[in-house]
Ligand binder design. Structure first.
Ligand code: IVH
Length: 671
């Protein structure tokens, strides 16, 4: 879709922005996506192209304005017109009863409550002018916060434009979902960076980034729960406020509930204390608010907290246990990580006996020793973490743990690269490293070799059947029969899975190589641009760095990797054994051997069930080249009814012909 005139471009830009924002709203605000990623990506790329041609037509609520890129020099102070209050805490149901009694005494009418989850993030304030997001800030000390508008713009759950042109201020919580937190810490551990203690710290750190691209990459989200001057909108209860916030396009927590009495409140607490571990974000309690807004003025505030609301904090889920062993393991990138092995305890619904201690600095800082009694909790409700040592229970003769100087697997000398906190084994032949890289190579987002898990790899390695990823493609039936419990069928299945992986689209291979800083997303981006691994190998650092502003660090890591003679040999060997090095088009990543991938397809005649544009879009997304006329080069003709000359020509040329129904069946088959 290319616009011929400025007017057309303007119209298309506005349409695309509306469509993309609608899809993003469904995905990020409502958690109910309606389109596949590739459909979004395609429209997004069209928008980028139009905006490149007509930069002055870029709309302020365009999704392209969320990617970050500004390097800020610092954060301006922002004075809150009305202070951002905090909440009083209570830790028992008894204290909640007292709170309820206090309110009941002050008010004539019976008190209803809005029960809400207490999201463990940090408070933010958002200001909209005529429906457009203009300024956002942190709470700071409640009176003066920091202007973090540019960082907040990168958060997809924050609408850049509301459904109505209203001027208002709202407040809510910015948080990092548990999954994002776990992923971020895992990546940081691998990269030798310090990890965040919990999702709240991670969210806070992410919001205060001067490079807004970093914020954009952190997958933050928000729940908005407070509207200033609600009476101006004729809203009478907090429950109505939440509904109205939702209608304006804000992400509102849907677990809130109106309660008529303390019995219902206690039920809500008990319910969410149980559900807590399964929620995708961390909560540290529930918030009870008098639902009737008119009463807020009557009840009033103290200097710091409102008297009409209170936070009930969940008791911390913490257990004491004894450390029996510190285990040192070598990861895929050579990081040597200490893990505390402890007596098993029950924690937030699971049995826990191990906790990563991340890196030597962390271990030293916490000074965890053998036979120490430690307090264990779950960060982000998921990752077991040692919170502290119970020093009063420390055995008299204990000594600090010694940090190993040599790799526990290959005995090579360990190093600290640059300023990293991580300890690394940099011996490329270290068996632990090689094994981990094989596991990564075979994993789902990489080459997706079914049945080739860590245990099989361990055996292949121990029996010296493989020493690098290319060796996998030399494995024979007889080789596989040497593995424990392997019979004809299992050997055949694994051989077929390995064999099939040769045809994967190139980004899977690129990701599978395990180059530092090249995750699945970066791998895809690189292959979409370079089309072939061979071209990427030959690419200049500058070209890579400029691509979608990947930057110097990633570019350097890639160039350094491909400059290595061993790597060059490995790539040549992979090509030799028939592993595909090319990019095979969008949406080929998940379904290997896509029927239409790389084929020239002609659509002709009238389709009954599908819109032609949709069929075309789907085919292109599957890697097909949809062309207008039939020639010798055409691979498939999809013929609706009343197909004329093109169908005849295809028949004469002996080209594969598919009915609409057959086409739909193929579409279903590769979904
Ligand atoms: S209401 C005057 N509602 O908890 C309104 N706060 O410990 C005060 N928080 O500063 C806030 N979830 O950052 C409110 N549903 C919720 C909340 C919530 C989390 C945070 C907020 C507040 C802190 C107090």
């Amino acid at each position: 879709m290319v616009a011929d005139t400025r007017e057309q471009a303007q119209e298309q830009i506005s349409e695309l922005v509306k469509q993309l924002n609608g899809w993003a709203h469904r995905y990020y605000v409502e958690d109910r996506p309606i389109v596949e990623d590739y459909v979004y990506d395609k429209a997004y790329r069209e928008l980028i192209e139009l905006e490149r041609l007509y930069p002055d037509l870029i709309l302020e609520d365009s999704p392209t304005q969320r990617v970050g890129g500004q390097i800020l020099s610092g954060f301006e102070k922002k004075e809150h017109e009305i202070p951002m209050l905090s909440l009083g805490d209570v830790f028992s149901k008894n204290e909640l009863e007292q709170f309820d009694q206090r309110l009941s005494k002050m008010l004539v009418e019976k008190v209803d409550y809005s029960c809400e989850l207490k999201i463990d993030g940090l408070a933010i304030s958002l200001i909209y002018k005529d429906g457009v997001f203009v300024q956002g800030s942190t709470r700071g000390n409640g009176v003066i916060g920091e202007d973090i508008t540019e960082n907040l713009k990168t958060i997809k759950a924050i609408p850049l434009r509301l459904t109505e042109p209203v001027t208002l201020e709202v407040r809510g919580e910015c948080y990092m979902p548990k999954k994002a937190f776990v992923g971020l810490n895992k990546k940081r551990e691998e990269q030798g960076l310090p990890v965040f203690a919990n999702p709240r710290n991670a969210a806070a750190g992410s919001l205060r980034q001067l490079d807004t691209r970093v914020t954009a990459s952190r997958q933050l989200s928000t729940f908005i729960y407070y509207l200033m001057e609600p009476e101006k909108r004729g809203l009478r209860t907090q429950t109505d406020v939440l509904k109205q916030l939702h209608n304006w396009g804000f992400k509102v927590n849907l677990e809130s509930q109106q309660s008529k009495n303390m019995e219902e409140v206690f039920k809500y607490i008990d319910e969410y204390q149980t559900k807590r571990a399964d929620l995708p974000y961390e909560i540290d309690g529930i918030v009870l608010k008098a639902d009737d807004l008119a009463t807020h003025a009557v009840i009033g505030n103290t200097v710091k907290v409102p008297r009409w609301a209170i936070a009930y904090k969940f008791p911390p889920d913490e257990q004491e246990t004894v450390v029996r062993l510190i285990e040192w393991t070598v990861g895929r990138t050579g990081t040597v990580t200490p893990t505390a092995v402890m007596d098993a305890v029950q924690l937030a619904g699971t049995t826990v006996a191990r906790a990563s201690l991340h890196n030597p600095d962390y271990l030293k800082e916490k000074d965890i020793r053998l036979l120490d009694t430690v307090k264990l909790h779950k960060a982000g409700d998921i990752i077991p973490e040692v919170s502290e040592v119970v020093l009063t229970k420390r055995p008299a003769n204990s000594k600090p743990i010694e940090i190993p100087a040599e790799c526990p697997v290959c005995n090579a000398k360990l190093v600290h690269l640059d300023e990293e906190v991580a300890l690394r084994c940099i011996n490329p032949k270290c068996p632990a490293l090689v094994k981990e890289s094989l596991v990564h190579f075979a994993s789902r987002n990489a080459m997706d070799i079914m049945g080739l898990g860590p245990k099989i790899i361990e055996q292949l390695f121990a029996k010296q059947l493989v020493s690098d990823v290319a060796d996998l493609y030399h494995l024979t039936f007889e080789d596989l029969l040497k593995l424990d419990n392997f019979k004809d069928k299992s050997a055949n299945n694994l051989l077929t899975a390995i064999d099939n992986s040769r045809h994967n689209s190139g980004e899977r291979l690129l990701f599978g190589l395990g180059i530092r800083h090249v995750g699945a997303k970066v791998a895809k981006l690189l292959m979409v641009h370079f089309k072939s691994l061979t071209k990427l190998v030959a690419a200049e650092e500058k070209e890579i760095a400029q691509l979608d502003s990947l930057g110097q660090v990633i570019a350097m890591s890639i160039v350094t990797y491909f400059n290595n003679t061993e790597v060059k040999k490995l790539i040549a060997e992979l090509a030799d054994v028939g592993v595909n090095l090319e990019y095979q088009g969008p949406n080929t990543g998940a379904s290997v051997n896509n029927y239409f991938s790389g084929k020239k397809v002609v659509l002709t005649g009238t389709l009954d069930q599908l819109k032609r544009a949709a069929a075309k879009e789907w085919l292109e997304a599957s890697g097909a080249d949809v062309v207008g006329s039939v020639s010798k080069k055409t691979n498939i003709v999809i013929a609706g009814h009343d197909a004329g000359g093109k169908l005849t020509k295809a028949e004469n040329l002996g080209i594969e012909i598919m009915s609409e129904q057959q086409f739909i069946e193929q579409m279903e088959a590769v979904k």
